[in-house]
Design a protein around this ligand. Structure first.
Ligand SMILES: C[S@@+](CC[C@H](N)C(=O)[O-])C[C@H]1O[C@@H](n2cnc3c(N)ncnc32)[C@H](O)[C@@H]1O
Length: 430
């Protein structure tokens, strides 16, 4: 089997040169890797993508010949080597020797001396090299995204960019059906030596001090808790699902919010809809782990006539497909895969789905619109336009500042350690 550096260079190549999703590439790693090997690959891939402009600048400075695009796998191996040499905890000789070994494993025999020489030069010259250049930080984001962030958040866009490059914390949602008193689960975590801090308003939301494998979490496989960012946990709470109600989770996969709805209202009749059949398998697995039941529907939310049974819903959660610009810290590949044109297309799809969902909501029913985006076009502007065009729609204020003129609640990445998220609560007139 290839070593972790060779596998990581191949993944970085798949993301940067073949526009593949980082999550999908990591999911396809060989099954016989140990947890620590998998952790190391994740560290290399996430770390290098978050710092790629800086690593690339250093590579260009240290390489005496220009590396052609055909040698991009070599470039990514060098990036991994320098990334590790920059990490003060790593053993320098291993960083160099294993990178050289990885180059042989992926057939770059002719370049082993060159890789060795460049990494050793970095080691010798690091005091004289400019390691931190503020331009590298902004260069991690495509120009169109910097422009849109700057326009939407003129005072805080630099902070958003910096937050997008941080490692996200691991949040858990404790299953309140099993642990009505969150303290009971806190005790199990303490016994397992897992440090955490609890959200002050929502004791069932906790942030772990360090990422932890799920098989180390007490009773995880019996449904004790779910890995879910605190911002994502707000969506089902804002929906306020009630037992006995008919509820649609309109873009449900992989089911993080479907299962939360059922934890809040275990006797609700929940339909979990998604357009991607394969992703619905994850919803089934999550429901099974949490011992819950929902009716799973494969279908397009923008075409309810194809799957809807004609009975109106009391509540609808529309966790809409979006640019995911609020979760770049969890998916740094978004920086390289998302295109400017996507935003307009996504906004049109969101608008179409929202209008269709409104048609199948009962009078007096509630719809929560949510995205993990920070772009106003997908969020506040989308909802302002919907309110202006829909005479029976009323905005329910989440906070006093949440008004029809400036609707919904926008969380920015890393605000209170949460992902970037947006929610608007809409009520249909009776
Ligand atoms: C943000 S994710 C949903 C995350 C999910 N709510 C959760 O909490 O686990 C958006 C989902 O929308 C689905 N989707 C995209 N277009 C859709 C459409 N037209 N109809 C239904 N689902 C759609 C995607 O397959 C994806 O699973």
């Amino acid at each position: 089997m290839l070593n972790t550096r060779a596998l990581s260079a191949q993944i970085i190549y798949a993301v940067l040169d073949e526009q593949k999703s980082l999550t999908a590439c990591i999911a396809q790693l060989p099954k016989d890797l140990s947890a620590s090997q998998k952790g190391q690959i994740q560290d290399f891939c996430y770390g290098c993508l978050r710092q790629f402009p800086k690593l690339n600048r250093l590579i260009n400075q240290l390489c005496h010949t220009k590396l052609k695009p055909e040698l991009n796998q070599l470039r990514y191996l060098l990036a991994i080597g320098i990334y590790q040499l920059l990490d003060e905890k790593a053993a320098e000789h291993a960083a160099i020797d294993e990178t050289v070994e990885a180059s042989k494993q992926i057939g770059l025999y002719a370049f082993t001396n060159m890789i060795n020489a460049i990494l050793r030069e970095f080691q010798r010259e690091r005091e004289t090299l400019v390691l931190d250049n503020p331009q590298d930080v902004q260069a991690t984001h495509p120009n169109w995204l910097v422009k849109q962030l700057k326009q939407a958040y003129p005072k805080s866009f630099k902070k958003i960019i910096a937050a997008n490059l941080q490692q996200a914390p691991m949040w858990l949602r404790i299953n309140q059906q099993l642990y009505a008193d969150a303290q009971d689960y806190y005790a199990l975590l303490q016994q397992a030596d897992i440090s955490f801090s609890a959200d002050k308003k929502n004791p069932h939301s906790i942030k772990l001090a360090a990422p932890t494998a799920v098989d180390k979490l007490p009773n995880f496989f019996d449904g004790a808790c779910t890995v879910q960012d605190a911002a994502a946990q707000n969506a089902a709470r804002l929906l306020q699902p009630q037992d006995g109600e008919r509820i649609l989770d309109a873009c449900a996969a992989p089911g993080g919010k479907t299962t939360h709805i059922l934890e809040l209202a275990p006797k609700a009749q929940v339909d979990a809809l998604d357009i991607e059949v394969e992703r619905l398998e994850r919803v089934e697995q999550n429901l099974e782990r949490l011992n819950q039941q929902a009716h799973i529907i494969a279908g397009d939310a923008s075409e309810p006539q194809q799957w809807w049974d004609g009975i109106l819903y009391d509540r609808i959660l529309l966790d809409a497909p979006c640019s995911a610009t609020g979760v770049i810290r969890r998916h740094p590949d978004i920086l390289y895969l998302r295109r400017e044109d996507d935003i307009q297309q996504l906004a049109q799809l969101q608008q179409k789905i929202l209008k269709q969902m409104w048609q199948i909501l009962k009078p007096s029913g509630t719809l929560v619109y949510a995205t993990c985006s920070v772009l106003p076009q997908e969020n506040k502007q989308q909802i302002s336009q919907f309110l202006a065009q829909t005479s029976d729609a009323e905005l329910q204020s989440i906070f006093a500042s949440d008004t029809a003129a400036d609707p919904g609640w926008q969380i920015l990445p890393n605000q209170q350690n949460m992902d970037g998220f947006y929610y608007a609560v809409l009520k249909k007139q009776a």
